[in-house]
Design a protein. Structure first.
Length: 281
């Protein structure tokens, strides 16, 4: 009965999200192809962001989607005996690689039970072409099922009383979609330059605060769209903090890639940790 209810709800959410996005996922990925042209999955200065405490991390199976077991990366503070607030960490379009695990550890070091989900079912991109291929292979209904089970894993298996979401690029869009799918469950949402929704009829259901991080030079998600998003949130009374960094391009804070902007990314990270502290603890 529980599985039936989940499928019924997910079918409804799939129809809802299909109507609430201002551009299709396919169109968004086309723009990401252009934004990431010539990029690579190299480690960058995100490695140097402060990690506040020691953590322990492990591979865990947190979901079964379409008959396939889904493994993610779970990281928790090493010195804590009690469960902390949960965070669903959604990878950029490269996939769940070592750099995303590193960022998950940094979040766990702030006192959270952080679960990095896998939207690509074990695949990790090495080139922009393969990243685009993997991103296009993600089916909306299955992605929502994946993220819903991640929430259930954090709350039911890990004892998290509050849960937030965070994602970059491809993952930033899914961070917002998770909030839209579960407006009464998610407690805080962080969007790093992900696909946006500006329809007030859809946004008005959100019950959690939103932090948005964007680059002024991002042609994939231009400032005009970000401003529309912020105005729509304000119109429907959703608490938000939206930041557009001058001179910063798309993926400027990604833990993988060649476009890392140290000054902007470090400021965005400080805003992120403060936002999560305020709303999850």
């Amino acid at each position: 009965m529980h599985q039936f209810r989940r499928v019924f709800v997910l079918l409804g959410l799939t129809l809802l999200l299909a109507t609430c996005s201002d551009s299709s996922e396919e169109e968004f990925i086309d723009r990401m192809d252009r934004e990431h042209e010539g990029d690579a999955t190299v480690e960058n200065e995100a490695q140097n962001l402060k990690q506040s405490a020691e953590v322990v991390g492990e591979k865990v199976t947190y979901a079964t989607v379409n008959g396939n077991k889904i493994a993610g990366y779970l990281s928790k503070p090493a010195d804590s005996d009690s469960p902390g607030p949960g965070i669903i960490v959604i990878h950029e379009w490269w996939g769940l690689n070592d750099n995303i695990r590193m960022m998950t550890d940094k979040l766990a070091g702030e006192g959270y039970t952080a679960l990095a989900v896998d939207m690509y079912n074990g695949k990790v991109a090495e080139t922009p072409d393969s990243a685009g291929t993997y991103a296009r292979s993600v089916q909306e209904e299955q992605a929502l099922d994946n993220l819903t089970q991640a929430y259930e894993y954090l709350t039911n298996e890990q004892g998290a009383e509050k849960v937030g979401t965070i994602g970059w690029c491809f993952g930033g869009g899914w961070s917002l979609q998770t909030a839209l799918a579960h407006p009464d469950k998610i407690d805080a949402t962080v969007i790093y330059y992900g696909r946006l929704v500006t329809d007030t009829e859809q946004l008005k259901q959100l019950q959690m605060p939103i932090l948005g991080i964007f680059g002024a030079e991002d042609d994939g998600i231009p400032p005009e769209t970000v401003n529309e998003f912020e105005s729509a949130l304000n119109e429907v009374g959703v608490t938000n903090s939206i930041h557009i960094y001058e001179g910063a391009d798309h993926s400027f804070a990604n833990p993988s890639g060649t476009r890392y902007d140290k000054e902007a990314a470090e400021d965005a990270w400080q805003k992120t940790t403060s936002f999560l502290q305020e709303n999850l603890k």
